[in-house]
Ligand binder design. Structure first.
Ligand code: UDX
Length: 447
């Protein structure tokens, strides 16, 4: 099959590369000339474990191509994926200008039956707009070529995207015709050898599935953060509560880890967009409004604990931060809780020394020289009054507490991800604060 993937961002690049990996002829297209030049040399715009090797291998074997030329890439393609950005507009709704511009180009250049698949997360009703844009372009050149639109939401997790694509839990495809269903079934056949399902449905339902999935996951997280805050007040331990409820298969033990709030490119944007879509159509998503507001509060919980420990004055103090990205194994800083915490620490007159295994170059874009970017995790600790765990990178999990004690000027740890055992840290002479457990006598819950 011949595939065109328009947009070489995170979703497009992973999709195109994984399709080439199973033997398809793929061209990834972008208007950004520099980006395509780099990709041809094997320089990727994002960090994703395993992706670079896969891009290099498939490029070398001649199955994966990069191009700025949408015209020739669309011609003869069986499937065209639209995987361009849908940035949130001022009002929180997804901006479709890039998606519709690609649709127009497809209408301009397609020369045989093609299935046009929206892969970007787009509001319910977008496929109709895509279809209209293509039809209009075809009409302008008096063409009667047939095409179908399909919606194929992605469920990739950053840091595990390749594994998620190659071995998906499920593939959801919204189609309008048996012909498009057949094409999509053929496309995804190599990825369904593990017996997991491809679920066909109508297009609006597929579009809604993506929002419903991410909103449900965001709801689980905010719910647990709310429970965590109450646990602190009531003297309960959220880690125990999590295990207690997670063993019920109806609840499940995934995505119920409390922390410093969800971030990233999907949850915040999608929750906002669904609230907005609903309100535009006269409905109020009460639960999601609460999910959003709990998440905003949660980003301040660790800072509030810092202020409480230091009696409300941290001017001139130095804080070591381990982790900056919104989660491990990615350099993505979008909506990262670290940004909120750093802003608050700086506003209160404190100094920040941060270390992240991969996200520091990305973080420098927004933070500039307002903080010190440390050489390694130990360098971040020099003369620090406290250590804050922001992202649960594996390398932060087993610290040498003796070394920490020597490097830091005060022995205090604020663990925003609950990665340590309170007893072990406290026995080494540290004050220890985490989320949802009252670990220190002067630790008060902050809601
Ligand atoms: C998410 C969805 O998981 C994925 O299916 C979708 O395609 C895109 O959005 P991603 O944003 O890569 O993926 O990250 P994910 O691993 O889901 O984590 C999202 C956020 O939730 C992170 O900030 C993480 O720290 C937080 N989180 C996750 C928690 O706070 N607690 C949890 O139990 C799980």
């Amino acid at each position: 099959m011949k595939i065109a993937v328009v947009g070489t961002g995170y979703v497009g690049l992973v999709t195109g590369t994984c399709l080439a990996e199973v033997g398809m002829e793929v061209t990834c297209i972008d208007i950004d000339v520099k980006k395509i030049e780099n990709l041809k040399k094997g320089i990727l715009p994002i960090y994703e474990p395993g992706l670079e090797e896969m891009v290099l291998r498939n490029t070398a074997q001649g199955r994966l191509h990069f191009s700025n030329d949408i015209e020739s890439s669309i011609q003869d393609a069986d499937v065209a994926f639209i995987a361009v950005g849908t940035p949130p507009g001022e009002d929180g709704s997804a901006d479709l200008k890039y998606v519709l511009a690609v649709a127009r180009s497809i209408g301009k250049y397609m020369n045989n039956y093609i299935v046009v698949v929206t892969k970007s997360t787009v509001p319910v009703g977008t496929a109709i707009k895509v279809k209209a844009a293509i039809t209009e372009e075809l009409a302008l050149r008096n063409s009667y070529e047939e095409f179908d639109v399909a919606s194929n939401p992605e469920f990739l997790k950053e840091g595990a995207a390749i594994e998620d694509f190659l071995k998906p839990d499920r593939i959801v495809v919204g189609v309008e015709s048996p012909r498009a269903e057949e094409v999509m079934r053929r496309l995804y056949k190599p990825f369904l050898l593990n017996g997991h399902p491809i679920i066909f449905m109508d297009v609006p339902s597929a579009e809604m599935t993506k929002y419903a999935a991410n909103s449900m996951l965001a709801t689980k997280i905010s719910f647990m953060n709310d429970i965590a805050n109450l646990c602190e007040i009531m003297g309960a331990d959220v880690n125990m509560v999590r295990r207690g409820i997670g063993s019920d298969p109806r609840i499940g033990n995934k995505f119920i880890y409390p922390g410093i709030g969800y971030g990233g490119s999907c949850f915040p944007k999608d929750v906002k967009a669904l609230i907005k879509t609903a309100s535009e159509n006269g409905y109020s998503m009460q639960i999601l409004k609460a999910v959003e507001s709990v998440n905003e509060n949660q980003k301040s919980v660790l800072f509030n604990k810092v202020m409480d420990h230091f009696g409300g004055d941290i001017a001139g103090k130095t804080f070591a931060l381990w982790g900056l990205s919104f989660k491990p194994k990615t350099d993505d800083m979008r909506e990262a809780p670290s940004l909120v915490i750093i802003e608050k620490l700086l506003a209160a007159g404190a100094n920040v020394r941060a270390y992240d295994p991969v996200a520091m170059p990305e973080a420098k874009h927004s933070l500039g020289d307002t903080i010190v970017f440390a050489k390694d995790q130990h360098d971040a600790l020099i003369d620090a009054d406290a250590l804050l765990i922001i992202t649960e990178w594996p390398e932060f999990r087993t610290p040498n507490l003796k070394v920490l004690g020597k490097l830091m000027s005060d022995k205090v740890i604020f663990d925003g991800r609950n990665i340590y055992e309170a007893k072990e840290i406290q026995e080494a002479g540290f004050a220890y604060y985490c989320i949802g457990v009252k670990t220190n006598s002067h630790d008060v819950a902050t809601v």
